[in-house]
Design a protein around this ligand. Structure first.
Ligand SMILES: *[C@@H]1O[C@H](CO)[C@@H](O)[C@H](O)[C@H]1NC(C)=O
Ligand SMILES: *[C@@H]1O[C@H](CO)[C@@H](O)[C@H](O)[C@H]1NC(C)=O
Length: 744
């Protein structure tokens, strides 16, 4: 599901605002009402499931023990039915908060006291900040606003965000919803945003987040293949070192309360019916403490569209037995009872599903009586769209803007020298009002007279969106032509501002000396215009970096979107995907981003040799070492990390924020196992002009210096690993050791 946040009132145009007022209606709970266990309800008062001082597991089991099979199956869909005899109201599980509380999920109703919510930049833009504390801060604001709406009876507490599929193919219409192409970056984003949403108050949840769509889901509709029918053929190697990574980090590090399985099949099995993916991996290995939900109607989809089972009861049974706990849609509610009656499923399997959903509701406090008496109970309308929240949306847009080219340098513009600025292009009217203080009247004539010309170009949701993948990477329509003509006619410098989720092949503009500078703003959200103006005029020094590779259009010539392989196939000319595996020409590489100042790095201290202790396997020679690499499961991984100190000096004349990216290249000869480069750490710091700062970076050896072999087994190659720290290279030699000593 896509997720369009409803922006704060001042940003809504009057027509949609009036529409909202008419559409607003309330379902479910009214303001301040309890979802369950109301103190005034004599029938439930004192029942164990309502007793806040009992252990959660006891409360959940008590409640399940009281329900009939019919009552239970009516709790398996997103529109969970009320259980009136136990004072439990109905609940809509589906709410969305990809980059702000959204109007897409039916659990959230705008209107009345809540005409809108703070709309942050699209995720791809926020990811470009490479600032994990920003991601967590955004999550905190979103969950404040969500709780405020819940307290008033107009919002849910279960949010099916973030989208943490790796942005594998540049054409993917939903790539904009993700934090980019690198699994570690996506995983860090997921863990940080989820922490912000869920809070860090022990077992209690502020709201419940959901990492989706598990797994290998990153094709919407390409060349006659759509997500409802696609069978993604994925190797064990790519699953382990690419597709699973963000989900594993989301569950293990972010402690997310939910994972959503996807529409597509993986290797012939619908993900929502695959016990290996759900029961074994997500719940067994990663220990999800939460519920697994289907994508909307995906159980229906694998029965109706994929014909995976011959009866709907089998589909219901397969999904629940695979580990699915909740259906977005009515399918399980309709067919599960018969599945039990026909012996395809046991009632205890239904109980296991409810155990997971009800536990999350209890962790949210939904069985603790009135919302106002609970933690977060004081949040209300005055906590939504506050000046501070809107300032954070502006700050996120500023931090996410990436300066791709700055010839001369011609940016920043100066208010004195560039008194008139022409703003031109199909995307200019969305920003023109907000950079109006600087802007002259737009027209192609305008460029020949203005002191500077800003062309706002790029894509929009008619070109890249959910259910819509792109056909190519060039600017759409006649935009390229327009850019070149305006640049030729302009008196002053021409600045190209690009709005898009996915990468654009702007080789022509990069090579055109008359195009002085290029900015990428992604989809910068409600405060995007201000942020762009701040960067153009230098009140903000840009520090964003590309979270995905910008490829030339020819890259697509031998790249079916349906080919899931990350690694190249030299015999067929298949080029491989992302900076980790593709070695061909690029327009701009992953991590590219300029500043108005310059930073210089020096490694202050770093080990040159690290011993990797073996976890006491007796026959260590034969079982743990194979091809000079140690199985991660055979190493003593706990706390085995490399600590690097780096000095970052701002050698320019402007203060700036800088992200230090650290990549590693495994020893030569790791062959087909290894990416040629992998992001292992990143850290964002602010450094005033001419100042220097020291950063400490810790690299967990087993997590980040391991590579995955063809059978999907993670191994740590022994020998020289090369760390790329900013522009500096540093070699660390890993050596297998039976002694747990780390030398430096
Ligand atoms: C491991 O290899 C070394 C050197 O080849 C040998 O001396 C030792 O006995 C071997 N240990 C085992 C447990 O096989
Ligand atoms: C990261 O984002 C936070 C929240 O906006 C901000 O306070 C901090 O300064 C940012 N860090 C850097 C180095 O820019």
């Amino acid at each position: 599901m896509a997720s369009t946040p409803m922006p704060c009132p001042s940003f809504i145009n009057i027509v949609s605002f009036l529409l909202l007022l008419c559409l607003c209606h309330h379902t479910g709970m009214a303001a301040g009402e309890s979802f369950a266990c109301d103190l005034k309800d004599a029938t439930t008062n004192g029942l164990p499931f309502c007793r806040v001082n009992l252990p959660l597991g006891d409360r959940v089991r008590d409640l399940i023990g009281r329900l009939t099979l019919q009552e239970k199956v009516r709790l398996l869909g997103d529109i969970a039915a009320a259980v009136p005899r136990f004072g439990i109201k109905g609940y809509e599980w589906w709410s969305e908060a990809l980059h702000g509380v959204s109007n897409v999920g039916p659990g959230t109703k705008f209107g009345g006291d809540f005409p809108g919510a703070t709309s942050f930049p699209q995720v791809i833009t926020t990811a470009a900040s490479f600032n994990a504390s920003l991601w967590e801060a955004i999550g905190r604001v979103v969950s404040d606003e969500a709780r405020a709406m819940y307290n008033a009876g107009t919002g849910g507490l279960t949010y099916w965000s973030p989208n943490v599929n790796v942005f594998r193919d540049p054409r993917w219409g939903r790539g904009q919803e993700t934090p980019g192409e690198d699994p570690v970056l996506v995983g860090r984003y997921a863990a940080s945003y989820v922490r912000g949403l869920q809070g860090t108050d022990g077992n209690r949840l502020k709201v419940a987040a959901c990492c989706k769509h598990f797994t290998a889901y990153d094709l919407d509709n390409w060349n006659g293949v759509d997500r409802f029918h696609f069978d993604a053929k994925v190797s064990k190697q790519d699953i382990e070192d690419t597709f699973d990574v963000p989900f594993r980090m989301c569950v293990k590090e972010g402690r997310v309360a939910s994972v959503m399985c996807s529409y597509n099949q993986v290797n012939g099995v619908p993900t929502c019916a695959d016990p290996n993916l759900l029961k074994k991996t997500v719940r067994g290995q990663w220990r999800l403490d939460g519920y697994i939900v289907s994508d909307c109607d995906s159980v229906g989809v694998f029965y109706d569209n994929q014909h995976y089972t011959s009866t709907p009861e089998e589909a219901a049974a397969d999904a629940i037995r695979a580990g699915l706990d909740l259906d977005c849609g009515p399918f399980l509610g309709i067919h599960t009872e018969n599945a039990v009656k026909r012996g395809l499923l046991k009632e205890v399997d239904v109980n296991s599903a409810l155990l997971n959903t009800l536990t999350v509701q209890m962790r949210l406090g939904m069985f603790d009586g009135e919302p106002s008496a609970q933690p977060y109970g004081n949040l209300g309308p005055r906590d939504v769209c506050t000046p501070a929240n809107q300032e954070l949306a502006l700050e996120a847009a500023r931090q996410g803007i990436v300066l791709l080219k700055n010839h001369g340098p011609s940016l920043p513009l100066s208010g004195r020298r560039h008194r008139t600025v022409a703003v031109i292009g199909p995307n200019s009217d969305v920003t023109v009002t907000m950079i109006g203080n600087y802007a002259g009247v737009a027209s192609i004539n305008a460029a020949s007279q203005a002191d500077a010309t800003v062309l706002v170009m790029g894509l929009d949701q008619s070109i890249e969106a959910e259910t819509r993948d792109r056909a190519g990477l060039l600017l759409p329509g006649r935009q390229q032509d327009l850019v070149s003509k305006v640049a030729a006619a302009s008196k002053g410098p021409t600045i190209l501002v690009l709005m898009s989720g996915g990468p654009i092949d702007v080789t022509f503009a990069n090579n055109d000396p008359r195009i002085a500078a290029i900015l990428w703003a992604g989809y910068p959200g409600q405060a995007g215009g201000t942020a762009i103006a701040d960067v153009l005029f230098g009140t903000t020094n840009p520090g964003g970096k590309l979270p995905m590779t910008w490829y030339p259009d020819q890259y697509l010539s031998n790249l079916p979107m349906t080919n899931m392989a990350m690694r190249p196939t030299h015999s067929t000319g298949y080029p491989g995907r992302t900076y980790r595996f593709y070695k061909g020409p690029v327009v701009y590489p992953f991590g590219h981003g300029l500043s108005y100042t310059n930073f210089v790095h020096t490694v202050a201290s770093a080990p040159t040799t690290v011993a990797v202790p073996l976890a006491g396997h007796r026959n260590s020679n034969s079982t743990t070492i194979s091809g000079k690499a140690i199985r991660v499961t055979h190493a003593k991984c706990n706390k085995l990390s490399i600590s690097v100190h780096v000095d970052v000096k701002n050698v320019g004349s402007k203060d700036g924020s800088h992200t230090l990216l650290v990549f590693s290249t495994p020893p030569g000869g790791s062959g087909h196992w290894a990416p040629h480069k992998q992001l292992v750490a990143f850290e964002k710091i602010h450094v005033p002009a001419r100042a220097q700062q020291r950063i400490q970076i810790n690299i967990h050896v087993c997590k980040f210096l391991s590579v995955v072999d063809r059978s999907g087994i993670r191994r740590i190659p022994m020998g020289e690993h090369s760390l790329h720290i900013g522009g500096v290279k540093h070699s660390v030699s890993l050596q297998a050791s039976t002694l747990g000593v780390i030398k430096s």
